[in-house]
Design a protein around this ligand. Sequence first.
Ligand SMILES: *Cc1c(COP(=O)(O)O)cnc(C)c1O
Length: 330
Amino acid sequence: MISEQIERRIYTKEATPIEQLARFSEVLGGPTIYIKRDDLLGLTGGGNKTRKLEYLMADALKNGADTIVTCGALQSNHCRLTLAAAVKEGLHCQLVLQEHAHRKFDEQALGNQQIFKLLGAEQLHIVAHDTDLVAQALAVTEQLRREGRKVYFIPVGGSNALGTLGYVRAAKEILAQCKAEGLVFKEVLVGSGSGGTHAGLALGFYEGNAPFSLMGINVSAPNAVQVLKVEQVLQGAAQLLKLTDLPDGLISCEDGYVGEGYTLSTPKMVEAVKLLAQTEGILLDAVYTGKVMAGLIDFVRQGKYKKEDKILFIHTGGAMSLSAFGGEFI
Ligand SMILES: *Cc1c(COP(=O)(O)O)cnc(C)c1O
């Protein structure tokens, strides 16, 4: 497989475990739910961006970069992990962070923002909610280049073709675990944001003839926008891997759990985060995995699955931001 020939750094040595959620499944009274613990991936606090960064940082080093620039929301997990990878590789890192219409920058904020400081981000650039984040991040990149830096720019969420390979690889890891552990899933659920995680899994499961469906639960956009976005990311990764003749319809999304918008709390998200914490001792997050789990819980309650089905939830991380969303869980 060509993906094995593309260089990567290794930030997690072993496969992350797939665990059965016995008590959580029993409380819901439906299928048996399993969890893929990508919250236990390497780098500061783990989470899905670690897999993408294995490829992106290898490329940055190959290109002789001395500085990494990336961008995201004020509480971006992607920015935390990119910074962590830069620290580990001995590179400078500057973050371009966008305010939310409902949430302004606060110097004292906890969560990921506190970690940006602890990890020693070289500079945080705060931009207003109604500006073009990517354009601003590219302007920072250009300015640093004019000053003589060798900058490697990583897009939002690390969701370009190269970053997506991290989740093509994860799909193979899951299929190997299913085989070794005798697990046959009915459906796999994953958060769908900037799209690299969803696209990579879709491509890897297709290539590996996975016997189950994959459902992306949107965290920000309606289906009309999200399906196209993920399909574009998937096409980019497929080109990089020289895969042709892919069928249509590899991407399925559900947009019923976004609520009023990205990062905004919903009652079902709060219920989901509390229920998993109080039955299994596993922390989800308010922005991504809490909404995905809210979707899964609803699917079970609506009778979408049979009692004998096995469902896999991908835990993409994010709990390090919980302290910044504290009020929602009291
Ligand atoms: C970024 C992120 C996602 C979404 O992944 P994408 O590849 O951006 O779609 C899901 N969960 C967490 C915790 C994240 O930080």
